[in-house]
Ligand binder design. Sequence first.
Ligand SMILES: Nc1ncnc2c1ncn2[C@@H]1O[C@H](COP(=O)(O)OP(=O)(O)OP(=O)(O)O)[C@@H](O)[C@H]1O
Ligand SMILES: [Mg+2]
Length: 505
Amino acid sequence: MRGIVKTFPGVRALGGVDLDVRAGEVHCLLGQNGAGKSTLIKVLAGAHQPDEGTIAWSGEQVALADPQAALRLGIATIYQELDLVDGLTVADNIFLGRETSRFGITRPAAANRAAGELLTRLGHPEIRPTAEVGALSAAQKQMVSMARALSQDAKLIVMDEPSAVLDNEEVQRLFGVIRDLTAHDVAVVYISHRLEEIREVGDRITVLKDGRTVATGLPARETPTREVITLMTGRTLEYVFPERRGVDGGAAPLLEVEGLGLRGHFEGVHLTVRPGEVVGLAGLVGSGRSEILETIYGARRSTSGTVRLAGGRLRPGDVGAAVAAGIGLAPEERKSQALLLDDSVYRNITVSSLDRFARGGLLSGRAERAAAREQVQALDVRPTDETRIVRTLSGGNQQKVVLARWLLRDCRVLLLDEPTRGVDVGARSEIYALIRGLADRGVAVVVVSSEIPEVLGLADRVLVIADGAVVAEAPADSLDEHRVLDLVMEGTPHTGTALHEGDVA
Ligand SMILES: Nc1ncnc2c1ncn2[C@@H]1O[C@H](COP(=O)(O)OP(=O)(O)OP(=O)(O)O)[C@@H](O)[C@H]1O
Ligand SMILES: [Mg+2]
């Protein structure tokens, strides 16, 4: 790709980008939220037409008029916002629109068999080809998308933040698939905000900043992370976790969860959070962490146990009551669960706090927008324009908008599911500081994250969840990444007391 320019109304997303990808390499595309990564790969996928610039494939200039044109050349894309059809089966999604592929698929049975083989090759035999995609987890959907790319027999597979929805073990499986692909001379363009992955799986790096290439062809293993960050942000910074103030061990718990269970998902969960405390839930994707948050919030009706807020018992399965009591949940799947994509940034931020801006039955638009603007600035949402339609924001900036909504609400208990998914290194530190700031004002916070260093750095206390049960609980500073990984992998609940020894509770 040479001199690619792409302008949207009011935004120059790409201002002349170059990218060379070689057969059999993993080429990492890096840049902050809004740098233009997804836009560039949509041009490569034939989904966007560039205003200027040229694309050559095996030395010959090509025009990618539509996604089919790219696919015919052998360019397959796994989009950041997956483009699967929820109401169709796994197999239908994989072979959608290609009833006559090299698999010669005409009958559903053959399609199911081929789909099953692809998913097994990806290390996910548990995903049934006949299952409806809508019922799958985010990680499983990602795998379906990946299976589709494999089935297309691509020479180049573009992956836009595939690891954002995967846990450590699944990321390792993905890397296995990627190594297998590159060994067969398939090229991979890999986008991620987790810089440690680049060293592990990448061959070369291209860095975008504000729609321009600032470096290209850097060796992935030899380039120091600090240098990459400096290229991306124009400044040097590392993950900074805010200082813990220490929780008042004598304070009454604000949130008390006792013996909570949701049949088929988790059982016997005990969890207390004091005002000012951040409790982290570590565990694999599918271990039940998200379901625990959703059940506390009342979005799922518990089958056993109780949830109390400041001593008052909450009715199971009653979101209205939970919200009225002051519980907020920022869910992990921003697209389907949280965002009004065709509405403005400010309305998305204020929608759960509108009562605050109502005076005598009238909505004060000015106050609403001012409050939203404050959040936009605090979280560094780009562009810094609260009137923008959310759909036109980059993935990471959409995530910040979801978070802003819950930061604006006056919650007493805040449940955060993967709060920094898809958020770049610069903005992460800001988000950590905001979360800690809320705790310092007396909010009780529960954070689910698949990134163990994030849980350990942010939380005061950590609960490790495996197979729907709490297998360990300890102060964050008594654990390290390896210990948590061991606990997560062991999987079975421990009855011993050793792990509770140093517990602040
Ligand atoms: N359809 C669109 N209409 C208007 N602006 C857009 C559209 N798509 C992207 N943009 C803008 O183009 C810029 C680049 O966005 P892009 O999605 O390529 O960023 P990104 O590097 O993928 O970021 P992230 O890491 O957050 O996913 C952003 O300013 C974004 O708001
Ligand atoms: Mg993107």
